[in-house]
Each structure stands twice: as structure tokens, then as C-alpha cells.
Design a protein around this ligand. Structure first.
Ligand code: GDP
Ligand code: IMO
Ligand code: MG
Length: 447
């Protein structure tokens, strides 16, 4: 589809992940040539619902579902090669061939078996107040090795270095000794098994490996339009999130320079995705959390259970303070506000419009997690709605209370809501403004 308003675009999460990024990327794909993952790894779980069919992408960009799109996994992604092959195979079993249009960066770092094990062992050993509640996908340990350098393994090592098997054996031996001394358990790591699993993955992935940075710059010079798909969310960002209860990468558009080799100045549009309420999986402060029946009701109505781990998501009211802060960090041009349908049936809906710490009002999250934990929400209660929104397709057809709720969020966050979600399906979406020229709402619910 050719449109007037095509521009290199980033879609990312403004919250603690699971905002609906997969759904928005999927809708944009027909107008793009290339879709790029630049951060995170298989900790992500991006869902696309097409009629009765549901797809959950973890390492592959959501563009994998679209035959017109080249999928790129950039140097900033923590790549579990075994999981990647499994994901390619799972799509292939459903009739989608992605390997012929997949490009895997030779600079990306590998998540190895011992990274996943370390993630589990260290979480198990941590006290209740220190446990991050990770997805156990080995993300933190892989990025730690990347920064340490001497213990890191990259895709290029796997594919081009003839001595890699010996090096992996040594790395596995050293990690076993370390785990034994730290946790009294080496996790049964077997160097031969690690090496042979990697050999099988190498055989499957080699043909997809290239310098994706060069590929992207050549593609852009040839007029191709690129979509960057952020994983996780700004509130989980390693620098700007609720540290230390965060993930280990740069999750917003600021991650694209490092994680894909493309300057963020190339972006013409930055779409921040956010739900109409807030959710979080794992530990960490959550100012507007509802630990009561209202939170349970949102979880039930929104089916808030993790895409990657199946864990129940913690739920709370929309946090305008955190969202405004996140939108400013990312330079958001458009908001995609999802799950409006989920808030059906509440007489009143809360919006966290301010934070209060030790009796004083504060305008941004404090640095210390223990301070954020003590921070109280200043809530504004607004009228809810009882109508079923799921078949509505135009903003002007939304109930008055829903439109007022959207207006209030726009004014609090300071960014226009260009996209609104009214149900999980690909077709349950409303678009307005210039993006209406870029997203054509699918009428059919087949892939
Ligand atoms: P992501 O990680 O940001 O891609 O989000 P997830 O896929 O982990 O979680 C979002 C969930 O919300 C998925 O189950 C989606 O199918 C679902 N979803 C997305 N938009 C909407 C919406 O507007 N309404 C409802 N009810 N569900 C939605
Ligand atoms: P998507 O892309 C929700 C959370 C974990 C944990 C913390 C650190 O689907 O939005 P990690 O495994 O990264 O070391 O875990 O970050 N987390 C996510 N929560 N959605 C995600 O990704 C997440 N990726 C990481 O629950 O609290
Ligand atoms: Mg998710």
C-alpha cells in the first residue's frame, strides 16, 4: 500500500511492557518494507489476534507475519539462537515462511544456556525484596557479558569463528564452577550438549546472518520505509525505568541508534503505545496499582496474563505522571491508547494525575525504588461508560464518556491519541489524523 504519510517510524511501549505493541506494528506492516527489533530478546511477547488465530512473537519482529516485509534482528537484540529456530519453525508449521526474509545481525549477542540458568539461579537466591521477577530468558546475564566483553559470544563468533566450540566449552566450564560456588548448584550444564545445540542452530541460521546496519542504510537509501519495533517499555528501560526493577536494554526510540545503527533523527513518527489502565508483571513499584477487587476486575476483563510467562499481570489506574514522563523521554508524536473496551462497566474510572511523597507533591518518579514504593497516587475520578465498544470503528461513534476520557489523557500526557483499541482483534481499532492514511483497518479477520 502506497500512502502520502509513510515515514520511518518507531512503535514502542510507554509503560511496563504489554501495552499492545504487537497489534500496532501488525497494523502498520502493510505500509512498511522492513521491520526491525533493536532491543531486548525473548523476554518480549507481542500478540497479534487475527480472527480465531493468535500469534505470539518473542524474538522475531512482528513483521514476520507479513510476506511483504523484511524482518531484521539488529545488533542490540539478545538472541537466543535455539529459541529463534523454534519460533521460525512454529511459524512455518502455520504456513508462514520467514527465514527467506529474515536478516540476523552478525553483531547481536547470544543468549546461551548458562545465561538462562543464571537468570533462574540468581532470582531463586535473591530475597523477596530483591527479586526482579524476570522472565527467566537470560536477558540480564547476556547483556552483562556484552558489557564485560571478554565473556561475550556474538552471532559472528558462532557463524564465522572456527575455534568457537572450544571457547564455548571453556565458558561453560567457568560458569559451572561459578554457579557451584555461588548457588551450590551447577544446574547440570553439559558443555557438549551446549555445543551441539549451537551447531544445529548455526546450520539453520547462517544464511540469515549479515551486517544489518549496512542493509538498513542501503534499504533506506533505496527509498524503503522502516518500522522499528521496541520491546518491553520505557518504565522498564535500564536508564529511565523503575531501576533496579527494569530490564537490561534501552527500550524506547533512544535504543535505535545503538541497537540498529540508525540515527533517531531519521524517524518521522514515534508512536507510544499505552493501555487505558496500567499493568505490570514481575516485582517493582507501581504507584497506581489496585490491589483490590477493581484490580481483579480489570485483570479478568482485559485477560491480563503474561504472553511470555503466563503470569497474572498486576493492574491499576492509568498513570498520567509516568506516561507524561515516558512520552517526554521518547519524543512521542502519537499515542496508541489500547484496551478502551476493557474499562466497560465501571461507574467511575481513576486517573493518577499526580504523585505525593512524604506529604509533598512531586512531578516525576523519584530515583530510589523504595521512595517510589512509598509514593501515593493523586487520583482524579472520571465518569465511566457501560456500552460495548468492540464493534465501533470511528472515534466520533464512541460514547461521550469514552471521548472525554481520551481527551483527558491527551491533555495530561500532552500528545494526541491517534489510535484507539476497542478489542484484541486486528480489526478492532480506530485511527484518526495523518495515521489514518497509513493504517488501513482490515475488514477481514484472516491473515
Ligand atoms: P505487547 O507486548 O505490547 O505486544 O502486548 P502483549 O501482546 O503482551 O499484550 C497485549 C494484550 O492485549 C494481547 O493479548 C492483545 O491481544 C491484547 N490487546 C491489544 N489491544 C487490545 C484492545 O484494544 N482491547 C483488548 N481487549 N485487548 C487488546
Ligand atoms: P513486551 O515486549 C512485560 C519485565 C519482567 C521483569 C523485568 C525484567 O512483551 O512488552 P527480564 O526478563 O527482561 O530481565 O525481566 O522486566 N519484562 C516485561 N514485562 N512485557 C515485556 O515485554 C517484558 N520484558 C521484560 O517481567 O519485571
Ligand atoms: Mg508482551
Amino acid at each position: 500500500m502506497k500512502t502520502m504519510n509513510r515515514a520511518h517510524t518507531c512503535v514502542f511501549g510507554l509503560g511496563w511492557g504489554d501495552e499492545g505493541k504487537g497489534k500496532i506494528v501488525d497494523l502498520l506492516c502493510p505500509s512498511f518494507d522492513v521491520v526491525v527489533r533493536y532491543n531486548g530478546g525473548a523476554n518480549a511477547g507481542h500478540t497479534v489476534c487475527v480472527g480465531p488465530e493468535k500469534f505470539a512473537l518473542h524474538l522475531l519482529p512482528t513483521g514476520a507475519l507479513h510476506a511483504n516485509v523484511v524482518s531484521v534482528i539488529g545488533p542490540g537484540v539478545a538472541v537466543d539462537p535455539i529459541q529463534l529456530v523454534q519460533e521460525i519453525d512454529q511459524l512455518s508449521q502455520r504456513g508462514i515462511d520467514v527465514s527467506s526474509r529474515l536478516k540476523l545481525s552478525d553483531r547481536a549477542h547470544l543468549v546461551l544456556a548458562y545465561h538462562k540458568l543464571e537468570d533462574q539461579l540468581s532470582e531463586r537466591a535473591a530475597g523477596a525484596s530483591e527479586r526482579i521477577g524476570t522472565t527467566a530468558r537470560g536477558i540480564g546475564p547476556c547483556y552483562a557479558d556484552k558489557m564485560k566483553r571478554s565473556t561475550a559470544v556474538r552471532v559472528a563468533d558462532l557463524v564465522y569463528d572456527s575455534d568457537i566450540d572450544d571457547r564455548i566449552r571453556k565458558l561453560v566450564g567457568a560458569r559451572k564452577a561459578l554457579f557451584q560456588s555461588l548457588y551450590g548448584d551447577d544446574g547440570g550444564l553439559d558443555a557438549d550438549a551446549v555445543v551441539s545445540d549451537l551447531a544445529a542452530a548455526r546450520q539453520r541460521l547462517s544464511a540469515t546472518v549479515c551486517d544489518t546496519t549496512v542493509f538498513l542504510h542501503e534499504a533506506m537509501a533505496a527509498g524503503k520505509i522502516v518500522l522499528f519495533e521496541g520491546a518491553n517499555g520505557i518504565l522498564l528501560d535500564v536508564d529511565h525505568g523503575t531501576y533496579p526493577f527494569v530490564t537490561s536494554s534501552s527500550t524506547g526510540p533512544h535504543g535505535i541508534g545503538a541497537g540498529a545503527g540508525v540515527p533517531s533523527g531519521h524517524l518521522g513518527r514515534i508512536i507510544g503505545t499505552i493501555k487505558s489502565y496500567a499493568t505490570r508483571v514481575g516485582s517493582g513499584p507501581f504507584v497506581s496499582e489496585l490491589k483490590d477487587k477493581t484490580g481483579d476486575r480489570i485483570r479478568e476483563q482485559g485477560r491480563e496474563f503474561g504472553t511470555t510467562t503466563g503470569r497474572p499481570r498486576r493492574c491499576g489506574w492509568f498513570d498520567a505522571v509516568a506516561s507524561r514522563h515516558a512520552a517526554a523521554i521518547a519524543g512521542v508524536t502519537d499515542l496508541a491508547l489500547l484496551h478502551l473496551d476493557t474499562l466497560r462497566g465501571f461507574n467511575e474510572i481513576g486517573i493518577c494525575t499526580g504523585y505525593r511523597l512524604d506529604g509533598r507533591s512531586i512531578s516525576a518518579p523519584p530515583a530510589l525504588a523504595q521512595d517510589l514504593e512509598r509514593t501515593e497516587p493523586i487520583l482524579e475520578m472520571v465518569p465511566g461508560w457501560h456500552e460495548d465498544l468492540q464493534s465501533i470503528r470511528r472515534f466520533e461513534d464512541l460514547p461521550e464518556a469514552t471521548r472525554r476520557y481520551i481527551d483527558r489523557i491527551e491533555s495530561l500526557v500532552g500528545v494526541a491519541v491517534s489510535i484507539a483499541g476497542v478489542g484484541p482483534d486486528r480489526s478492532q481499532i480506530l485511527v484518526r489524523g495523518p495515521l489514518a492514511d497509513v493504517i488501513r483497518i482490515p475488514e477481514s479477520t484472516t491473515l
